[in-house]
Design a binder for this molecule. Structure first.
Ligand code: AMP
Length: 621
């Protein structure tokens, strides 16, 4: 039996949601549906977006209303047009096997006469944004005297957007006996106040800790100098070839500038902000949903109500002014049980803000390092290898060329062919990134301010303050994220996760910090360890690790780990600051997707007008 039936949902609805892929209720559905189905409680649900809350209130509404009657019985208020359309659409999908279910979406920026006409024909459920709803009420075009249920969805967002008075006016037209169900991602005092004002001894449900972000989100921050922010941001994006992200800026101007620069630099990006017409916003959102955009650059207000699944990264290009907004931003990733990363790119003065956010979300940020140019090359190379491995071959089309291709490669071994093919791209990456500067804020800026003394010492010896930095010959190509590596280290060595300091997962290796007195335990714990048949190597960073791990072929170009003590990229960064240069032709492997018309792969000639472009960018950011 489908578990939704056990919760008390009728057969035809269960069939419809099964088709949507709802096999098991999400935690909020499991806990709220039985309560709401009684129809006799006010309800407060503290839940993030993406937890399945639409069905949590939508399914009980479909069970409780009388669809033989054709007047408004339920009103759902939500902050944005996007969310309004989404909820309406979801309800219609859940009800697709039911008869006589009429739902109307009432929102601004669209023809009011169509909405009035639908209302006149008769509806049982009204899903609305407050402004337009009030407009319709003021025209006396709707009768809420028989409303039994009011849902306030994303209540905190509605209050943030200044809808308090509108909500008061709207609710005053509904009967006192109605039941009110409130959902909110956070519970600031204003939301508490409306809960108190409109509800009578509500049933309260908290998914996770109060005001806590989704447990599936990993929070990271990078410390960079203000002038390197844009370049650092691009490096992070380049290091994540499969990124499908939302980038938050503080102002419309910043949003537009970043988007324009990214487009110019060959990325698939566009902006979403309040100065766009509704039509333009819809167009951008359509492209993002369809994934022809990889990066959506948005302001907080414009991004409200965006509920695209599978967002891999939220990037805080600028931290929000209001800390609460960080929760809303990061909640755009890790939806529907998936995992996601929320990244903040900050300068050293903003560390205090990170600590404040940590207190609000009840979770620690991981301090991350901007990848080196070489790290990016390595990551992109393996992304390419992976892509080639998984590419779908059109046997029919390719067949006719195979004899000629084989003849071309007749004098080469399989290994040679692979090497050449990989080098085709890899050589251009190396060329592109060969003098890429270290973009992490200098050690004295970061370590000094953050953890007291010891930054310089650490750079040379692997010993900083109370921590020793250790090298391990496992990394992202072995499938490790920071969290995985932490788990692996703790399981293998039996040291506590809390004692482990910073973890830097690189491509084929990683670094992690442990207190000095734990070093021996870690080393002996890993003594006989192997990973998938490979010996696991642990070394103290700074004891010749860098030369060896790079296998000799990259040592010269790579910045020395953990520090900026003059070597590596920084040396020649001055004359070839490529990350700041014009990257109109940047193209990794996704030429077709990323910059339409600029396909052909690889990095091409970046010389040209690099200097002027850098000047421009510097002025702007
Ligand atoms: P919501 O929080 O209501 O916006 O839901 C987030 C996403 O999760 C939507 O794409 C839903 O279709 C999906 N979803 C909701 N409930 C379930 C479920 N029980 N099983 C699978 N997916 C679900």
């Amino acid at each position: 039996m489908n578990p939704f039936s056990n919760l008390g949902i009728r057969h035809d609805i269960v069939n419809a949601i099964s088709e949507l892929g709802f096999e098991n209720p999400t935690p909020i559905q499991e806990q709220s549906i039985p309560v709401l189905l009684t129809g006799s409680n006010d309800f407060v649900g503290l839940a993030q977006t993406g937890t399945g809350k639409t069905a949590a209130f939508g399914l009980p509404l479909l069970e409780l209303l009388d669809f033989e009657e054709n007047h408004p019985q339920a009103l759902v208020l939500c902050p944005t047009r996007e969310l309004c359309l989404q909820i309406t659409n979801d309800l219609k999908n859940y009800a697709k096997n039911m008869r006589n279910v009429n739902v109307v979406a009432v929102y601004g920026g669209a023809s009011i006469s169509d909405q009035l006409r639908t209302i006149k024909r008769g509806v049982q459920i009204v899903v609305a944004t407050p402004g337009r709803m009030l407009d319709i009420i003021n025209r006396k075009a709707i009768d809420f005297s028989a409303v039994q249920y009011v849902v306030l969805d994303e209540a905190d967002e509605m209050l943030n957007m200044g809808f308090q008075e509108d909500i008061d006016s709207i609710l005053s037209t509904t009967p006192d006996e109605k039941k009110t169900w409130l959902f909110s991602a956070t519970m600031p005092s204003e939301v508490r106040r409306i809960a108190k004002k409109y509800m009578d001894n509500p049933f309260e449900l908290t998914m996770g800790e109060k005001n806590t972000g989704n447990a599936n989100i990993e929070h990271e921050y990078y410390v960079v100098r203000a002038r390197d922010k844009y370049a650092a941001f691009k490096r992070i994006v380049d290091f994540n070839p499969e990124i499908f992200g939302i980038v938050f800026c503080r102002t419309k101007i910043e949003t537009q500038e970043i988007a324009e620069s990214l487009i110019k630099d060959g990325y698939n990006a566009d902006s979403l902000h309040g100065d766009l017409s509704q039509q333009q916003r819809d167009k951008v959102m359509k492209r993002y949903r369809e994934r022809s955009l990889q990066l959506l650059i948005a302001t907080d207000v414009a991004a409200r109500g965006i509920d695209v699944n599978d967002v891999t990264h939220v990037i805080n290009y600028s931290l929000p002014d209001e800390i609460e907004n960080y929760t809303h931003r990061s909640g755009r990733t890790a939806r529907a049980g998936k995992t996601g990363v929320s990244i903040a790119i900050i300068n050293s003065k903003e560390l205090g803000k990170i600590r404040q956010i940590e207190r609000v979300i009840g979770k620690k940020f991981i301090k991350a390092e901007i990848p080196t140019g070489f790290d990016v090359c390595e990551k992109q190379l393996f992304a390419l290898v992976h892509k080639v491995h998984n590419v779908e071959v059109n046997e029919q089309q390719i067949e006719q060329y195979i004899p000629r291709i084989m003849a071309e490669f007749a004098d080469l071994s399989k290994e040679d062919v692979i090497k050449r093919f990989a080098s085709l791209e890899f050589n251009s990456f190396l060329e592109y990134y060969k003098n890429a500067p270290d973009l992490n804020a200098p050690a004295d800026d970061r370590f000094g301010k953050e953890r007291g003394e010891g930054g310089e010492k650490f750079a040379r010896t692997g010993v900083r303050g109370d921590f020793t930095r250790l090298f391990i010959n496992l990394g992202s190509v072995d499938g490790f994220s920071r969290g995985d590596l932490l788990g692996y280290i703790c399981n293998t060595t039996k040291i506590s996760g809390r004692t482990v300091g910073k973890i830097d997962v690189k491509g084929v290796y990683s670094f992690f910090e442990v207190p000095h007195d734990e070093v021996e335990k870690v080393q002996s714990g890993f003594k006989s360890a192997d990973f998938q048949g490979r010996e696991v190597r642990i070394e103290i960073a700074g004891e010749g690790v860098s030369e060896r791990r790079d296998g000799g072929n990259r040592g010269g170009e790579r910045r020395s780990y953990g520090g900026n003590s003059g070597g590596g990229f920084r040396r020649d960064g001055g004359n070839r600051d490529r990350d700041n240069g014009n990257r109109g032709e940047r193209n990794f492997y996704n030429g077709d997707k990323r910059d339409g018309g600029n396909s052909g792969g690889g990095f091409r000639d970046f010389s040209g007008k690099r200097k002027e472009d850098r000047g421009e960018r510097r002025r702007r950011f």
